[in-house]
Design a protein around this ligand. Structure first.
Ligand SMILES: *Cc1c(COP(=O)(O)O)cnc(C)c1O
Length: 412
């Protein structure tokens, strides 16, 4: 088993190791929650400060042109594109993941007017299901959500009534990965439109939307992309669809020529038609700066380290904490897992609180999951080693039984 010296050696040999210094993580913090909120890079604070102090404070409205604020949804999208196998002009950054999902799902459903079913899975992230429910009700034509309980049920669920299949590529809780190309092929074979949520994929593992021939995709800016709290989200539309599909949030930023100020809507023929209103410039410049790091790393190197970190974590937890009632809730096979590892435990909530109190930050996901994200840009092998030792001490001493670790805040 990898001991602490082995872990330190792995860090010394790690080509990504120098990148950690670009993040503002304080000494002693073991941050295994970058899949929920990525940490900040120093360049992001500098970029936001420039936007505030020069572009806004001094140049004011001129900055829409002189600082290229107007094109940010597109230029930031072009930086995300290579991470998800998309063309530079096929991704826009705007609104939240939930709102973008509404837009693409509505577009998908409107492409199949004779069909009434949206297929997804019960274990999907709740907002995805809620948005689909809302859309189905709003469509007002008897649309329904058909939820499966495991990937094995997909074949049977995707029949001739299905308008759209909407799945999250990497499950937010277990980290289980769908085979994007295979599922997309099945959806298309049944005549359905395929929508992928890449919230836990972008920046975590290689994604190739174009090769899979996906129709639509959306994903978060604040998780592995480190764009900051509430960072705007991205939306991908296959180039073959951009000129024709319609989405209902037809605001002026989606107009062919917003500043002609015409009284009737005429959609842009590009990815722009998935924009709605004025974009959040401060958040966009933060994400813009946060994304620059990706041009200096290869996704292969990121994935290779991610797999090693996750495997070391599983190996050490099972060896060191195996007798305390934890059970692996993520796939054991690395090829079927994203960049996160989950263990189930009946007392997961207070155990996670006790870990956080010791500076090992993961998160709790109801009802019984301890979730740990391993973002290779800044997580070290020694962090994995030390996190497991903290976990072992917490379980062995049962400090997690203290009342203070039972208190639930609004956000867990
Ligand atoms: C994190 C996450 C979201 C978040 O949506 P917001 O609109 O940003 O709140 C949506 N879907 C999935 C699968 C997620 O993991």
């Amino acid at each position: 088993m990898t001991d602490r010296n082995d872990a330190l050696n792995l860090d010394r040999q790690d080509p990504l190791a120098p990148l950690r210094a670009e993040f503002t993580l304080r000494d002693g913090l073991i941050y295994l929650d970058g899949n929920s909120l990525g940490p900040m890079q120093t360049c992001v604070a500098d970029r936001v400060r420039r936007c505030l102090e020069t572009e806004w404070a001094q140049d004011l409205i001129a900055s829409w042109n002189t600082a290229d604020w107007y094109r940010l949804p597109q230029t930031v999208g072009a930086k995300i594109a290579p991470l998800i196998g998309a063309g530079a002009d096929d991704v826009a950054v705007t609104d939240s993941t939930s709102v973008n999902l509404f837009k693409v799902l509505a577009a998908a459903v409107s492409m199949r007017p004779d069909r009434r079913v949206i297929v997804s899975e019960r274990s999907n992230f709740p907002t995805d299901l809620y948005i689909a429910e809302g859309l189905a009700a709003f469509a007002g034509k008897g649309h329904e959500l058909r939820l499966i309980d495991s990937a094995d049920e997909l074949d049977a669920a995707i029949d001739a009534d299905v308008a759209a299949v909407m799945l999250t590529h990497v499950n937010y809780r277990t980290g289980e990965v769908h085979d994007m190309a295979d599922v997309t092929r099945k959806a298309h074979a049944a005549g359905a439109v395929m929508v992928w949520d890449l919230a836990h994929s972008a920046g975590a593992l290689s994604v190739d939307l174009a090769a899979a021939d996906a129709d639509f995709a959306i994903g978060c800016g604040y998780k592995y992309l480190n764009g900051g709290p509430g960072a705007p989200a991205f939306v991908y539309v296959a180039p073959r669809l951009q000129a024709d599909v319609t989405q209902p949030l037809s605001g002026w930023f989606g107009h062919r020529a917003p500043f002609e100020m015409k009284p009737t809507f005429e959609a842009a023929t590009t990815i722009h038609r998935f924009l709605t209103g004025t974009p959040p410039v401060l958040s966009l410049v933060a994400l813009d700066a946060a994304l620059d790091i990706w041009s200096r790393v290869s996704m292969d190197a990121v994935r290779e380290k991610s797999v090693k970190l996750c495997e070391m974590f599983i190996e050490r937890v099972e060896a060191r904490c195996g007798t305390y009632g934890l059970s692996l809730a993520s796939p054991r096979d690395a090829s079927r897992r994203g960049s996160q590892v989950c263990f189930a435990h009946p007392d997961a909530f207070p155990i996670m609180q006790a870990l956080i109190a010791r500076g090992v930050v993961g998160d709790f996901r109801a009802p019984d999951i301890l979730r740990f994200g391993f973002a290779p840009l800044y997580v070290r092998f020694v962090d994995v080693h030390d996190a497991v030792e903290h976990l072992r001490e917490i379980l062995e001493t049962e400090v997690w039984r203290q009342d203070k670790f039972m208190v639930k805040s609004a956000v867990t």
